[in-house]
Design a protein around this ligand. Sequence first.
Ligand code: NAD
Length: 372
Amino acid sequence: MQIGIPAETRAGETRVSATPETVKKYVSQGHQVVVQSGAGLSASVPDAAYEAAGARIGSAADALGADIVLKVRAPEPAELAQMKRGAVLIGMLNPFDAANNSAMAAQSVTAFALEAAPRTSRAQSMDVLSSQANIAGYKAVMVGAHYYQRFMPMLMTAAGTVKAARVLILGAGVAGLQAIATAKRLGAVIEASDVRPAVKEQIESLGAKFVDVPFETDEEREIAQGVGGYARPMPASWMQRQAQLVHERAKQADIIITTALIPGRAAPVLLKEETVQAMKPGSVVVDLAAAQGGNCPLTEADQVVVKHGVTFVGYTNLPAMVAADASALYARNILDFMKLIFDKEGKLVINLEDDIVAACMMCKDGQVTRAQ
Ligand code: NAD
C-alpha cells in the first residue's frame, strides 16, 4: 500500500512521523512510501536521506492522498480535506477532542490516535505519551537550567563555593522521572512528589527525596491509585495538604518542574500564587502542563514570563525542541503500531478484537467509534 508522510503544519511543530530507518522497514514490507519534500528538514532529515531509504519525494497532496497517512499532530481541516475516503490516518490525534473526531469521521477516514493506547506491557513499544514525555522531562531540565542564573552543581573554586541548585519535581510519571535523572546528572539536589505512593521507590532509586503527602482516608488512597496507569483528580482535602507541603518545599527550591496531568481534564493546580510569592527571586518554574491550563495559574502557554520575581516557562511542545530524537522514537512507535494492522502479506486487517487497535480507533466508515 502507499504510505504518505506529510510535513507537519502546526506552528512550532518540528517533528516528522517517519525516519529513513522506518521508511526502509516499510519499503522492505512491500509498501511504497511518499514523503512530502522538506517534511524531515526541521528534524535534520533531508529529502535525500528518505530517497536513499527507498521513498519517493512528492508534494503535500501526494503524501496526504496516500492509502495510509502518518502524522505527528492531528491534521488541520485543509489537510484532512485532501485525504481519500477510506484512507487510514495514524498520529497523535487528540482522542479527547470530540470535534476533531467528528471532522475525521466526516472525511470517512479510519483514524487511530496513538495517545489512546492502553498502558499495558504489549503497548509499551507504541506508547507515544511515554516516548514524548521522556523527552519533555529531559528538555524541561535543560530549559530550566537555561533560565536559572546560577550553577546547577555544587562548585568549590578559588573564588568561593557555589551551592548546588535545589530542584523540586511535582508529578513523577514518565516526564518527572526523566527530569529527576537529568537534574541529578547536572548535580542538583532533588525532591519529588506524586499522588501515587508506588513511585516513592523509583524517585529514591534515582537519588531524589520523596515528598510524601500522607493519606488520611481509604477514599484518598483508592483514588490515588489512578485508573489504567492514569491519575484521577484527588479530593480537595488531600490537595489542601499537598499545597501546604509544596508551599514549604517551594520556598527552598531554585527550579520547580511540574508535570501533573489528568487525561481529558484541566491540569490540577499544584503551585498556588501565594506559594510563588514566597519563592526566592530568580527561581524558575517549568510547567509541563501549560497546554492543559498549567499546574500553576501564573503559567502562560508558550510564553516565558516573570511574575513575583519567578520566571515561568510555559512551552507546550518541548519534544519539538529535541526534534531529531523525538521523531526517531515517535516513528518507531508508529512502526510498531502498523504491525498490528497489517498481516504478514502486507494486507490491511483492522482487528477490533485487539485491545490496542480498538482503543486507538477514533472513527471508521463515517462514524465516530470512540466512546467519549
Ligand atoms: P501523566 O503524564 O498522565 O501524569 C504525570 C504524573 O503526574 C503522574 O505520575 C501522575 O500520577 C501525577 N499527578 C497527577 N495528579 C497529581 C497531583 N495532584 N499531584 C502530584 N502528582 C500528580 O502520567 P504518565 O507519566 O504518562 O504515566 C503515569 C504512570 O503510568 C507512569 O509513571 C507508569 O507507572 C505508568 N505507565 C505505564 C506504562 C505501561 O505499563 N505500558 C506506560 C507508561 C506509563
